[in-house]
Design a protein. Structure first.
Length: 1005
């Protein structure tokens, strides 16, 4: 616990707690319990005003909601607002009527107990609106099944119908509820609204016949006239103009701009269809509504006997028609009274005044009982026929306190009702709260509060209370009037009241009229006025007593349920938005007992929680209790609050609960929880995300493995197929190879084709590129013949290509080489070496030949020239000469001199040596006198020169390749010899025999 890290964490929680607290308090405080000056009424009002001016109409006192009527649409009842408040902890969001509704709903669901929401406040403070908002909230946010939508819709739509018949425009409220309403919404175990039940209290019947200046009768009359279809009005004998009806025009405001009767009519008509009203029901219902209007228009006249008569029976006829009674019977009942004397009945006429009283009594009775019928009818449509256990949330929207200068009997009842409810609130909050501290063993100094029990007692106490006195006065024989009642009251309670109490308390409908109504053919009236009632001679309980009884049963209903309270406040008398009437509000705050409530809340503990629940919620704030605390919850809570730093004055530990004195402590804890929740959420999220990712990863991996396996399988199968195929091929190949030499048969057919193809394809790359390239791809045995043929073709082709590619010049050269070959091949050493030395056209340029010689030879074309060494025939002296060959002759030239000309016909032969020397002897005929003798020459280009000469001379066997020696003519008849020999070095010399010895180096080959 003491580690540094934890200290930091604890500090952080504290810091956060305070930050959020100030943020909450920006517009006043949203819970009065947080007010510093909580005993000051002014501070209370200031806070209310501050918030009201920012359109924050809701403020809590602990769990009680104070609501100030904004008299304007604030946009705080949207769907998203409803969603916002759904399932959220009460104090986590700004105060709202939805929070109250949601809290009651959650508690009901979790604890399976019954609840009620008591909405109180004076007329126009917004009670009905609040109850409607709550109903809507349930309709929207509760779970729902298709089959139960009807039940939900009926709950919702019962409202406009009841409002049409039970609400009216008053000076205080354009839509004032003139009856009390308690509505149970029933939920099944899943929290689905499945049905409902409505109890109505004391509808203000007097309004049917009389309205104060500026007020209206019940909405339904105006709606019918304004919105009703022509045929309906004709059927009811009504005109559209409400001014024509006495019951509608006394308040002089039949047409009211703030009320849209036409639209409301549509809403109500639609609602009727939803809540299961038949056409017949509606006909009867509007028959009654219309007959009330007709009743109001009946005028009485005094006849000569001083009795009432009806000069114009037009209205009577309509009423008779609509209510299904005989017109004359009705007429008689309105103007006469049956008096029962012992055995006989005496009928005596009524005075003008009493007739009018009878008429109004009938109107009130008819309307009042019809309203009760309406409630019952709605109840029968709301009833859930499944009798399994249900829990309920009751909504009590009772008429608000009204304080007039002149307070009638109704006001008396209404205010009595409010006192009773206030009493309930006191019982349930102030008293119960203090009792709880005692039970839990918390030290406590009782708070003084005004207990209005004495007021309630004043009204309802048996024998002594106002109602008892009133009842007594009503049944007292002799003349009893309000005045006598007043005297009685003076006597008994020393209080002060007004007229009409007796009459209204008696609510007398003459028996005669009752009889008429009991015989009505209108089905609704039949249900409302039972014949049995006529037979019952016992006096009916008075209105006051009835009301007292119904209130006490209401309180019984409420006491068995868990309460939530909404206190509505009216900000001004003028129904104006944004107007905050201090005086008016101060008054309401006072009589609603809000200050006392606040005091008890403050002096006490704002919140209490069972240890288990507290620990469960906040255990994440302390490492010792998170995530689980295994000891007793009380100790866990103690450890927890010590850790988060509650100060001793902030809390007390009771027997089963922790009591937290200030809401701010709880808010702060809540905020810290919120903060830690974020951290926890982040952690959970991270873990969860990790988990998800891992799951995804594992799935992906699995998928990858599966894919891989399949792919590998596919590959392997492919490979196997390929191998199988290869095996077949190889096998076929081997078989083919084995049988390759057999004649073509299926066993070797493919092999042979393959070998052929392969060889041919291979051959492509090995075809010889030149004629000289003798290489050739070795063929397989079976293709030898083909290969030979191909080779030949190829060679031929190459040769042909070669031949085509040869130029004329080269051809000549080649031809010369051929001639050379014919002459020398195999005969003279050096021949082979000379082969690759191309022949030149000439070895002497024309420029190197002396011009004189050229001139001499001009008639002959020089074919070839080569420098030579000439050997003297006698002494073998050497001379440099040129050998020039023309078409006709060979010339031995010395510079400008032609030394010897040998015409080709005179040329007898040419000798060379078989050894590798350049000796060349041109033989001439010895008889030729022109010639000096044979010419001995030595030429470097011996093969070339001899070939050229041979080709020019064109004689067969011209060239002789001599072995050993040769003979020549020195001069005619005189021969010389040239001896050829080999030696280590080349030498040419005249030997001692006078012969020319030519020594050549022996060539290797
Ligand atoms: N929350 C609200 N938002 C806007 N307008 C409201 C709100 N509450 C009440 N009002 C206005 O105030 C008028 C009177 O409210 P409502 O009928 O609920 O009063 P009430 O307390 O039921 O009075 P009564 O006791 O006469 O029936 C409504 O018709 C409506 O115009
Ligand atoms: Mg109301």
């Amino acid at each position: 616990m003491g580690s540094k890290k934890e200290e930091v964490r604890r500090k952080h929680i504290r810091l956060h707690m305070e930050g959020a607290l100030t943020a909450r308090d920006k517009v006043g405080v949203q819970d009065f319990v947080l007010l510093d000056a909580y005993t000051s009424e002014s501070a209370f009002l200031d806070n209310l005003r501050k918030r009201f001016s920012e359109n924050l109409i809701y403020t809590y006192i602990g769990s009680l909601l104070v609501s100030v009527n904004p008299y304007q649409e604030l946009g705080i009842y949207t769907l998203s607002q409803m969603e916002l408040y759904q399932g959220v902890n009460f104090f986590e969001l700004p105060p709202h009527v939805y929070a109250i509704a949601d809290n009651a709903y959650r508690m009901m669901c979790s604890e399976l107990n019954n609840h009620f929401i008591l909405i109180s406040g004076e007329s126009g403070a917004g009670k009905t609106e609040a109850s409607k908002k709550i109903l809507q909230y349930f309709a929207v946010t509760c779970p729902m099944t298709e089959s139960l939508q009807v039940a939900r819709d009926r709950l919702l739509f019962s409202n406009p119908v009841l409002e049409a018949f039970g609400n009216a425009k008053t000076l205080r409220n354009d839509n004032s509820s003139r009856f009390g309403k308690y509505m149970d919404i029933q939920f099944d175990f899943k929290g689905i609204p499945v049905g409902g039940h409505i109890i109505s209290y004391l509808i203000e019947k007097s309004r049917v016949v009389y309205q104060n200046q500026g007020e209206r009768n019940f909405h339904i009359f105006y709606q019918l006239l304004e919105g009703g279809e022509e045929e309906l009005l004709a059927y009811l004998g009504l005109e559209r103009d409400p001014q024509l009806y006495k019951y509608l025009s006394q308040g002089r405001c039949a047409k009211e701009s703030s009320v849209n009767d036409k639209n409301d009519w549509k809403t109500v008509s639609n609602a009727f269809s939803v809540i299961d009203f038949t056409k017949d029901d509606l006909e009867n219902l509007f028959g009654i509504v219309a007959s009330v209007l007709h009743l109001g228009n009946i005028c009485f006249e005094e006849n000569q006997q001083g009795c009432a008569s009806v000069p114009d029976t037009h209205e009577i006829k309509w009423i008779a028609k609509l209510l299904g009674v005989h017109p004359w019977v009705l007429l008689e009942a309105l103007t006469h009274r049956k008096i029962e004397a012992k055995t006989e009945e005496v009928i005596c006429p009524l005075t003008l005044e009493l007739s009018a009283y009878a008429r109004d009594a009938m109107a009130k009775a008819v309307y009042g009982r019809t309203f009760t019928w309406l409630v019952n009818k709605i109840n029968s449509s709301l009833v859930n026929k499944d009798f399994t256990g249900k829990t309920v949330i009751g909504l009590l929207d009772i008429y608000g306190f009204e304080v007039f200068d002149k307070n009638g009997f109704e006001q008396f009842c209404i205010n009595y009702c409010n006192e009773k409810l206030q009493q309930l609130l006191i019982e349930r909050t102030l008293k119960a709260e203090q009792a709880e501290y005692e039970m839990e063993g918390i030290e406590w100094e009782p708070i003084q509060y005004f207990n209005n029990k004495i007021i309630c007692d004043l009204v309802e106490e048996r024998h002594k209370g106002i109602i008892s006195i009133l009842d007594e006065e009503c049944i007292r024989p002799g003349p009893a009037t309000d005045l006598s009642f007043l005297e009685r009251l003076e006597e008994r309670v020393g209080k002060h009241a007004h007229f009409e109490f007796l009459e209204k308390n008696n609510d007398l409908l003459y028996r005669h009229l009752k009889e008429v109504l009991c015989r009505s053919k209108n089905r609704i009236l039949k249900e409302c006025f039972l014949v049995a009632e006529l037979e019952n001679r016992r006096r009916a309980p008075t209105v006051g007593t009835q009301f007292k009884n119904s209130l006490s049963s209401l309180l019984e209903i409420l006491i068995s349920k868990e309460p939530s309270y909404i206190r509505c406040i009216k900000p001004n008398e003028r129904k104006e938005p944004s107007k905050f009437d201090d005086f008016l509000i101060r008054h309401q705050v006072k009589y609603l007992g809000l200050m006392e409530h606040l005091r008890v809340r403050r002096a006490g503990f704002a919140y209490r929680r069972k240890y288990e629940h507290f620990l469960q919620r906040y255990k994440s704030l302390c490492p010792d209790t998170w995530p689980h605390w295994h000891g007793p919850p009380e100790e866990g809570v103690e450890r927890l609050i010590k850790y988060i730093g509650y100060k001793p004055e902030e809390y007390k530990l009771g027997r089963t609960k922790i009591f937290i004195r200030f809401p701010r402590t709880l808010f702060a804890t809540e905020d810290a929880f919120e903060f830690s929740k974020h951290q926890l959420v982040a952690r959970i999220q991270a873990t969860y995300k990790g988990c998800l990712e891992r799951r995804v990863y594992v799935r992906k991996r699995q998928a990858a493995i599966t894919l891989e396996a399949h792919w590998r399988g596919a590959l392997a199968r492919k490979e196997a197929k390929r191998r199988k195929w290869a095996v077949q091929i190889v096998r076929k190949f081997i078989k083919g190879f084995i049988n390759r030499n057999k004649p073509l048969c299926p066993d070797n057919e493919e092999f042979i084709v393959f070998v052929r193809k392969n060889y041919i394809l291979n051959l492509r790359y090995h075809v010889p590129k030149s004629v000289l390239d003798k290489s050739w791809l070795r063929p397989p045995g079976i293709l030898e013949t083909a290969s030979d043929l191909l080779r030949k073709m190829c060679t031929r082709n190459l040769v042909r290509k070669y031949c085509r590619g040869i130029t004329a010049e080269r051809r000549t050269l080649m031809q010369e080489k051929v001639v050379t070959s014919e002459i020398f091949r195999g005969k003279k050493e050096g021949y082979a070496e000379s082969l690759n030395q191309p022949f030149a056209n000439s070895r002497i340029d024309e420029g190197d030949i002396n011009p004189k010689v050229l001139q001499l030879l001009s008639s002959e074309k020089i074919q070839y020239g080569v420098p030579v060494i000439k050997y003297d025939r006698k002494g073998f002296k050497t001379r440099q000469r040129q050998l020039i060959l023309t078409q006709k002759a060979a010339y031995v030239v010395e510079l400008a001199k032609i030394k010897q000309k040998i015409e080709y016909p005179a040329l007898k032969g040419v000798s060379t040596s078989s050894l590798s020397n350049g000796i060349l002897v041109i033989h001439v005929s010895p008889a030729d006198i022109k010639q000096k003798g044979d010419v001995i020459l030595q030429c470097e280009h011996i093969f070339e020169a001899v070939t050229k000469l041979a080709m020019l001379v064109k004689k067969e066997n011209l060239i002789n390749v001599a072995q050993g020696s040769l003979q020549f003519y020195i001069s005619p008849g005189k021969e010389g010899t040239i001896v050829f020999d080999t030696g280590p070095e080349e030498q040419i010399y005249k030997d001692k025999n006078g012969q020319l010895t030519v020594v050549s180096i022996r060539m290797k080959s």
